[in-house]
Design a protein around this ligand. Structure first.
Ligand SMILES: [Fe+2]
Length: 249
């Protein structure tokens, strides 16, 4: 079925996501929420769209966001003290992190993980981590369950013009090894371009994704989630990804 035909219009709420597993709402530690007011605004928007459980996943990258587990744990404790009571009662929050796979990643000995030792990793959008295969192999050997964030956003997996499946062999290999893939909801809207949509379609139609997340950085970004078009079979797969999220909380 062609991705661009027989499509229907859906919104974030239609997906029925009750658990968001990837977002940047912990204030002041990365390029997400800059202060407590911004955090609260994002929490309110997610809650109003049906999200009840949220894992906060600030960037950890030695060069750009040198957050340690200790820094993030302290920030998370402060957030719990300042968050308004109505939100505190309505939402269940946990702390995770989104780890950049760089030359320093394997020095981290106490990573923040989801349930079942599941860990969220990412690469730079424009430049592939040369050690990605080794890192995933080592993580699996150590008993972690890696999730690669937003594979559809990496430009090095997107062919110029027509989609070239051999570019995606590495992603297929990662999945075969046991690395899960996480779709960004905003990618469905086409915000990241035609190349990204083609990778997304390929991964979705071949059932390579396991999870879906907002990866939200600001309240305004929420407006970009409200409208996307997929066919009904793709939509059912997307809904299932949202159900899978609950297993990680
Ligand atoms: Fe992220």
């Amino acid at each position: 079925m062609n991705f661009f035909f027989n499509r229907h219009r859906y919104s974030f709420r239609d997906v029925g996501m009750t658990t968001d597993i990837h977002c940047h709402i912990l204030p002041g530690v990365d390029d997400g929420a800059g202060n407590m007011d911004s955090s609260v605004e994002i929490f309110e928007r997610l809650y109003n769209a049906g999200v009840k459980q949220i894992v906060l996943t600030p960037h950890v990258s030695k060069g750009i966001y040198p957050n340690t587990t200790q820094i993030l744990v302290s920030g998370f404790a402060l957030l719990a003290d300042f968050i308004p009571v109505n939100l505190k009662d309505a939402l269940s929050l946990k702390l995770g992190a989104e780890y950049m796979i760089d030359d320093y990643f394997e020095e981290i000995t106490d990573p923040l993980v989801y349930r079942n030792n599941t860990i969220l990793i990412e690469m730079s959008y424009s430049s592939r981590s040369s050690n990605i295969m080794d890192v995933v192999f080592n993580l699996l050997n150590k008993g972690y369950n890696p999730i690669l964030a937003h594979p559809e956003r990496y430009v090095f997996y997107q062919g110029p013009g027509h989609h070239t499946p051999n570019r995606l062999q590495e992603l297929e290999k990662l999945v075969d090894m046991g690395c899960a893939l996480q779709l960004n909801i905003q990618s469905l809207t086409g915000s990241y371009g035609e190349g990204s949509l083609k990778v997304l379609k390929y991964l979705l139609d071949h059932d390579y994704y396991s999870y879906i997340a907002t990866d939200i950085h600001s309240a305004g970004q929420f407006d970009l989630f409200k409208d996307f078009k997929v066919n009904s079979s793709q939509f059912e797969k997307i809904r299932q990804l949202a159900v899978n999220n609950d297993r990680l909380f």
